[in-house]
Design a protein around this ligand. Structure first.
Ligand SMILES: NC(=O)c1ccc[n+]([C@@H]2O[C@H](COP(=O)([O-])OP(=O)(O)OC[C@H]3O[C@@H](n4cnc5c(N)ncnc54)[C@H](O)[C@@H]3O)[C@@H](O)[C@H]2O)c1
Ligand SMILES: Nc1nc(=O)c(N)c(NC[C@H](O)[C@H](O)[C@H](O)COP(=O)(O)O)[nH]1
Length: 227
C-alpha cells in the first residue's frame, strides 16, 4: 500500500495513561519534550488527532516556534503542517481552536454515515474527506493522503485513534515520552485503548532508543508486526 511514513508521538504517565479518568488533559511533557514535539510537527507534512482529543483538549495543532514557522515558509511550505481530524460523525465544533489558529489546510475525515448538514457546515472551514461506512476507513484515508503528497504523517493520539492506526497496521514508529507522574484510574485513557489485541495478535516492537529528557524518558520503537 502506498501510504505516508506514519509515526505516533504521545506523552504518557509512568502508568501508561494519556490523561485523567475524566479525560482531562494532563501536562505530562516538560519544556524540552514540548520543544521536541514542536520540532516533530515542523518537520511533518501532516498532523492527525481523533475527535476525542479535539473535544477534550481543543488543540490548535500549530507549530509554536517562530523560527520553525519561518523555516517552513522559506521552504515554500505553509507555516503549519496539514492538520487532520478523524471524526466519523462530523462532531468537530465550528469554533474549535484548530480553525481559529494559524494558517494551513485542515482536513476532517468523516464516515459515509455522518449527517449531511454537519458535513456542509464543516466544509466552510476545512476539506472534508468521506471514507468508511460508520467509522473512518483509516487505510483508505492513508492512501488518499499519500496521493495528496503527504509523505510524513505524525499521529498525536488519542487513545482510541492510536488503537485504530496500530491495529490497521498503519504505524511505522512509536515515540512515547513517559512522564514522572502516576495518573491511575481504570477508565483513564491509555496509550492504546480500543478492542485490544489477542495473544496471537500482539504487536512486536524493536527498541530504537531510550533517552532521559528532564524527569522523564523518551522511548522510540519501530513496529515489527505480530510477535
Ligand atoms: N498525552 C498525550 O500525548 C495525548 C495526546 C492526544 C490525546 N490525549 C488525551 O486522550 C484523550 C482522547 O482520546 P480518545 O480515545 O477519547 O479519543 P481520540 O482522540 O483517540 O479519538 C477517537 C475517536 O476518533 C474517531 N474515529 C473515527 N474513525 C476511527 C477509527 N477508524 N479508529 C479509531 N478512532 C476513530 C471515533 O469517534 C473515536 O471515538 C483525551 O483525554 C486527551 O487529553 C493525550
Ligand atoms: N506531547 C504531549 N504532551 C503532553 O503533556 C500532552 N498533554 C499532550 N497532549 C496532546 C494534545 O493534542 C494536546 O492537546 C496538544 O498538544 C495541545 O497543544 P496544541 O494546542 O495542539 O499546541 N501531548
Amino acid at each position: 500500500m502506498d501510504r505516508p511514513f506514519i509515526f505516533i508521538n504521545s506523552a504518557m504517565s509512568a502508568d501508561g495513561k494519556l490523561s485523567t479518568k475524566e479525560r482531562k488533559q494532563v501536562k505530562i511533557s516538560g519544556k524540552l519534550d514540548f520543544e521536541r514535539m514542536d520540532e516533530l510537527r515542523a518537520q511533518a507534512d501532516a498532523i492527525m488527532v481523533g475527535i476525542g482529543t479535539v473535544l477534550a483538549d481543543d488543540p490548535s495543532l500549530t507549530v509554536k516556534s517562530p523560527e520553525r514557522k519561518a523555516a517552513r515558509k522559506a521552504a515554500g511550505k505553509s507555516e503549519n503542517p496539514v492538520r487532520i481530524i478523524i471524526d466519523s460523525a462530523a462532531r468537530t465544533p465550528l469554533d474549535a481552536d484548530i480553525f481559529k489558529k494559524g494558517e494551513g489546510l485542515r482536513i476532517i475525515a468523516v464516515s459515509n454515515s455522518a449527517p449531511a448538514e454537519k458535513i456542509k457546515s464543516l466544509e466552510e472551514k476545512a476539506r472534508v474527506i468521506k471514507t468508511g461506512d460508520f467509522k473512518v476507513n483509516l487505510p483508505e484515508l492513508a492512501v488518499l493522503l499519500k496521493e495528496m503528497g503527504i509523505n510524513t504523517l505524525m499521529v498525536e493520539g488519542g487513545a482510541t485513534l492510536n488503537w485504530g492506526m496500530l491495529s490497521a497496521g498503519l504505524v511505522d514508529e512509536v515515540y512515547t515520552f513517559v512522564g514522572n507522574l502516576i495518573i491511575g484510574g481504570k477508565t483513564a485513557p491509555t496509550f492504546t485503548d480500543g478492542e485490544g489485541f489477542t495473544e496471537a495478535e500482539l504487536l512486536g516492537l524493536e527498541l530504537l532508543s531510550a533517552e532521559k529528557i528532564e524527569d522523564g524518558i523518551l522511548l522510540k520503537w519501530k513496529i515489527k508486526g505480530k510477535k
